[in-house]
Structures are given as structure tokens and as C-alpha cells.
Design a protein around this ligand. Structure first.
Ligand code: FE2
Length: 432
């Protein structure tokens, strides 16, 4: 038997070890031990982890890599970030947004991140971001799946032309309906925006993904309305609540009622631990709240939780590296998710869980799936999260589209190894 590509001796994220993966015609055709046959290219995984690609289910590609333009966020708050983005928006050009987004997608590919759901601000009447990212979506489609959310950053009702622009954006081909109920002028406007946005999605057969309750105010309960509207309109499984940080500060009695409602409506929950660990709690003295939704409790109820990066070098967050293992690593810490099973759950929250939220077809390491995967410089999912391990090879539709050399450090220490692999701290060769 002859294949296009065979990966040999791979460990998989579901804990199977020493597995071969055979690829033909851009699809995985076999996943088993000791596959017989030849291939145009053979990759020896050598007992390292091969995973389906990383997915970032919450990102802002229209703002990425704009850090410092026109100035830095001095207070570090979400509200100053929004204000700063408002100053940058009129200065945006389509060409500049495309250039930054393409640069980011190069980085994403090198990190094995091959699907991104990006919110795109629709409150600029020129719709520069929408035009730019629709073009980027087409330009990158051979190597990265980009899904766009029409996001009225300045409020669906609060911004005078947002409602009209949101519809224009959907007509132009934006995939998902966005919103920001906690930023509307009143609780009531927030509630009405959730209702209106879900109705737009139901009418058009679209998905919903709202920035919802991204605040430390425990009385910000738009998620309750989102769950209700999801049920009322029959949108179960097609609606996402992003951030949901007020859930952190809610009293436990109310949370005990709310979480089952979220599960019942099959709301997709999207925490963004990197951004929210620094954006939330800014009005607190001590103790400072963490501003994270209740991830382990939601997972225990069977809710599909998918982690997002949210930002990378933009008005809200001056760090980030398109590294979804870094996101999972932060989720482990912010959610006290340090048990073996919980770390694995965080790995799934940057791979299989967001694939469901995104609606990606042919995702996974199984016969019939697209031949998209990442060879990671770690032996298993837990080690990958611990080390934020390197991506040695990234494969899309059976072709290697990125390769990174393994890292080694040379040491000159008497009696110690001459070099080590700094990812695993294993000696690469004996001391001479
Ligand atoms: Fe966001």
C-alpha cells in the first residue's frame, strides 16, 4: 500500500501510544499500530504527541498586532481598551488591517493554530475591518479556517448605526451574530439587545456569539436572558456566551440556578483566561477577584467549554503569541484545574471542544477526517500544557506547512550533560 504521508510512533491526546497515521488525498485513511506500506513522506514522531490542530474560538483579528497605536492602555482596564480602540478605529485602513491579520495568521500556522473565530467590529460606518477580514478569510482559506462574528463593540443600541451595520455585515458574508449586552446603556437595553440579536440569528439560520457579562458586576445577568432566548427560539447548541466573567462574582445560590439553565440550553461557554486575568478585578483593592467564569463547575454539568485567546498585542492585551497551549496553561491556573483529568480537559478546550462550537467538519485524528494535525514536542497532552511545548510540524490536508527545529541547549558544566532538551529537560547526549 502506498500513501502520501505516514506519521509513525505517535502518541495521541486520548492516551493511545505508538500509533501510525496514514494519509492519502488530504484525508486520514488509517490510525493504528504498525501500518504497512510506503509513503511519499514519513515523519517519525518518536513517541511525541500528535494532535488535531489548535482552535482559537475567541479572537479579535481586526485589532491584533496594533499594540501602541495610537498609544498604550495606561490603566490596563477593559474600558480604557475600548476607548483606545475607539481612537484607533478612524485611523484604520483596509490594507493595514489585512497586513496585520496575514502576519498574525503566519504566526498562528507556526503554532499549529489552524482555525480562528474572530469578532470584527461593525461600529465603524466604513466597515473597514469587515471588508478586510472577509478578504483575509479568502486569502488564508487553504491553510486556516477563519470564522467571523459581527461584533457591535460600542453597543447594538448604544452606537447609533451599529444595528444597521451589523445587518450590512451579515449581508456581506459575516458568519456569526455578535453583541455586548453589558455595554448597553441600561440593563433593559442589554436584555433587549440579546433578544433582538438571537432573533436575527434565528431568522437567518446563523450562530450567535455574544460578549456577555464581561464585568465584575455580579448583577450582570445577561447570560440568563441568553439561555432563555436560546430555548425560546430553538437555538440550542448554536449560541455561545463569551467571557461570562460576572459569573465569578455571583452569589453561589444564584449560580446554582444559572448553571443548569446554561446546560439545558446547550450554551457554548467561552472563557478567555489570558485577557480576563488582567482585565478583571481592576476596581478591587484586596482581595482582588479573578474574573473567570466557573469553568470546572460548567464542565461538570456537561457544558461545552472552549477557551479563547481573545487578544494578542492590541489595546486590551499587550502579550500573546497565538499559543493556545499558553491559553490552556492559564486556564489550569485560574480555574484551579491542576488534577490530571482537569489538565486534559483544558487541552480538549483548545482542540475538540472549540471544533464543536465552531462547527468544523472533518476534525480529529480518525479515518475519514481531514489530514490536519500538529506534531508537538511533548509526550502527552499534560506535558504539552506544562511545557507550552513546541510545534515540530504542522500538517494541513496532508501537506507539511510549518516546521520548527527541536530546541536544545548546549551546556558547559563539569560532570553534567553536554546538552539538554529545554522543553523536557531530558539529556540529549551524555557528557563527553
Ligand atoms: Fe473579546
Amino acid at each position: 500500500m502506498s500513501f502520501d504521508l505516514i506519521v509513525r510512533h505517535a502518541n495521541l491526546a486520548d492516551d493511545r501510544t505508538d500509533i501510525d497515521i496514514a494519509v492519502s488525498g488530504g484525508k486520514i485513511v488509517a490510525v493504528e499500530r504498525n501500518i504497512e506500506g510506503e509513503a511519499g513522506r514519513v515523519i517519525d514522531a518518536g513517541g511525541r504527541l500528535v494532535s488535531a490542530p489548535f482552535i482559537d474560538i475567541h479572537f479579535h483579528m481586526d485589532a491584533t498586532l496594533s499594540l501602541g497605536t495610537p498609544r498604550l492602555n495606561r490603566s490596563g482596564t477593559l474600558l480604557e481598551g475600548i476607548q483606545l480602540w475607539g481612537e484607533l478605529k478612524p485611523l484604520l485602513t483596509k490594507e493595514a488591517v489585512i497586513e496585520r491579520a496575514l502576519k498574525y495568521c503566519d504566526l498562528a500556522v507556526a503554532q499549529g493554530l489552524l482555525a480562528v473565530r474572530s469578532h470584527v467590529d461593525v461600529c465603524d460606518d466604513r466597515l473597514v475591518g469587515v471588508e478586510a477580514l472577509l478578504e483575509v478569510k479568502d486569502l488564508v482559506k487553504d491553510y486556516l479556517d477563519l470564522q467571523l462574528v459581527a461584533f457591535p463593540q460600542d453597543g447594538f443600541y448604544r452606537s447609533p448605526t451599529a444595528a444597521k451595520n451589523l445587518i450590512r455585515s451579515l449581508d456581506m458574508g459575516v458568519d456569526v451574530v455578535g453583541g455586548i449586552p453589558h455595554f448597553e446603556r441600561t440593563m433593559e437595553d442589554g436584555r433587549l439587545s440579546v433578544k433582538a440579536l438571537c432573533e436575527i440569528a434565528a431568522e437567518r439560520g446563523l450562530l450567535v456569539d455574544l460578549h456577555c457579562d464581561e464585568t465584575d458586576d455580579p448583577l450582570s445577568r445577561h447570560i440568563e436572558t441568553l439561555a432563555y432566548e436560546t430555548q425560546r427560539l430553538g437555538l440550542q447548541g448554536r449560541v455561545a456566551g463569551s467571557h461570562l466573567t460576572s459569573m465569578h462574582s455571583m452569589d453561589n445560590y444564584y449560580a446554582s440556578k444559572l448553571l443548569p439553565l446554561i446546560a439545558e440550553a446547550d450554551i457554548q461557554c467561552i472563557p478567555n483566561p489570558l485577557a480576563n486575568i488582567v482585565l478583571q478585578g481592576r476596581h478591587d483593592t484586596y482581595p482582588k477577584r479573578r474574573g473567570m467564569m466557573r469553568v470546572p463547575e460548567l464542565m461538570a454539568l456537561g457544558v461545552n467549554v472552549a477557551l479563547g485567546q481573545d487578544s494578542c498585542m492590541d489595546p486590551w492585551y499587550s502579550f500573546g503569541n497565538a499559543d493556545m497551549l499558553e491559553v490552556a496553561h492559564m486556564a489550569v491556573h485560574t480555574g484551579h484545574m491542576t488534577s490530571r483529568d482537569a489538565v486534559k480537559a483544558c487541552f480538549q478546550a483548545v482542540t475538540t471542544n472549540p471544533a464543536k462550537t465552531f462547527g468544523l467538519e472533518g476534525y480529529g485524528i480518525a479515518p475519514g477526517c481531514n489530514a490536519d494535525f500538529v506534531l508537538i514536542e511533548a509526550r502527552d497532552a499534560i506535558e504539552a500544557v506544562r511545557l507550552k511545548a513546541g510545534r515540530l510540524a504542522v500538517v494541513r490536508r496532508g501537506k507539511v506547512i510549518s516546521e520548527t527545529a527541536p530546541r536544545t541547549a548546549s551546556l558547559t558544566l563539569a560532570g553534567r550533560p553536554a546538552s539538554i532538551d529545554p522543553w523536557t529537560y531530558a539529556p540529549v547526549e551524555a557528557a563527553g
